[in-house]
Design a protein around this ligand. Structure first.
Ligand code: ZN
Length: 251
């Protein structure tokens, strides 16, 4: 049984389609939130996400772009994008985004896993530092917690009292790369599949992950996609130029 893990698509249809085309066969899909916000194709991406199903967690941009929160804590560029997205979403799609569930989410089919947007403790927390990772891992009874929000693909493990990170080869940016991590039974993991639509780890390729329950292993994928096309859509929509520019560098 394989689970496709998508996060932080951010209304980037070109990146999402490239990921789905490159993904190996899977039996289910978990979506860790921030389906919309920043990118120019919120309706198309919401509709694709709805078709894919099936495990969903809401993100902070999903809340702001559907009017559930007022986006008052967003920077001016994110605020402009949230306002544009709220206006652009159809009423049906906006309602669907607004009603996405708050994490942590669990699913009986995948008993070893939990799914969050930010952290198991707070959906808006960023797990970027060792202390925040340690607190999250100590609070969680699940062998594997999938999280997003930081847009940085990676693995953090806790074995006994020892925290460690797993690094993988990045490879060439014009090619697809796949890195495999075998999970150990005595370790608890925090796993970020990477951002589909707006990577921020210096690699502009779209990121996603696939969990294999039988092998208790995860593969991490980086997929080149048509960045100029996504940028053209952003500029044409009248969204801030910076949202297009940052896709070039993955920052
Ligand atoms: Zn995000």
């Amino acid at each position: 049984m394989r689970l496709l893990i998508l996060s932080d698509i951010h209304a980037n249809l070109d990146a999402l389609e490239a990921c789905l085309a490159a993904a190996p066969p899977y039996d289910g899909v978990a979506n860790l939130g921030d389906i919309v916000g920043y990118g120019a194709c919120p309706n198309e991406v919401v509709e694709r996400a709805r078709e894919l199903g099936e495990i969903f967690v809401r993100g902070n941009h999903d809340r702001a772009c559907s009017g559930l929160t007022d986006a008052g804590d967003f920077n001016p560029i994110a605020y402009a994008a949230a306002t544009w997205t709220k206006r652009t979403l159809t009423e049906e799609n906006r309602t669907w985004v607004r009603d996405l569930p708050r994490g942590p989410i669990t699913d009986a089919t995948w008993p070893k896993l939990q799914f969050v947007h930010g952290s198991p403790l707070d959906e808006d927390d960023y797990i970027l530092s060792a202390p925040s990772a340690e607190i999250a891992l100590e609070s969680s009874p699940f062998p594997v917690t999938f999280f997003g929000h930081t847009h940085v693909q990676g693995v953090i493990g806790l074995q006994g009292r020892e925290l460690f990170t797993v690094n993988f080869e990045r490879g060439r940016r014009d090619r697809q790369t796949v890195s495999r991590v075998s999970l150990e039974d005595e370790v608890r993991y925090l796993v970020n599949p990477g951002s589909v639509g707006q990577p921020r780890d210096g690699d502009p390729r779209a990121g996603f992950a696939v969990y294999d329950a039988e092998e208790h292993a995860i593969t991490f994928h980086r997929i080149p996609y048509d960045v100029p096309r996504a940028q053209h859509r952003i500029v044409s929509a009248g969204l801030p130029d910076r949202l297009a520019a940052r896709l070039t560098d993955g920052r």
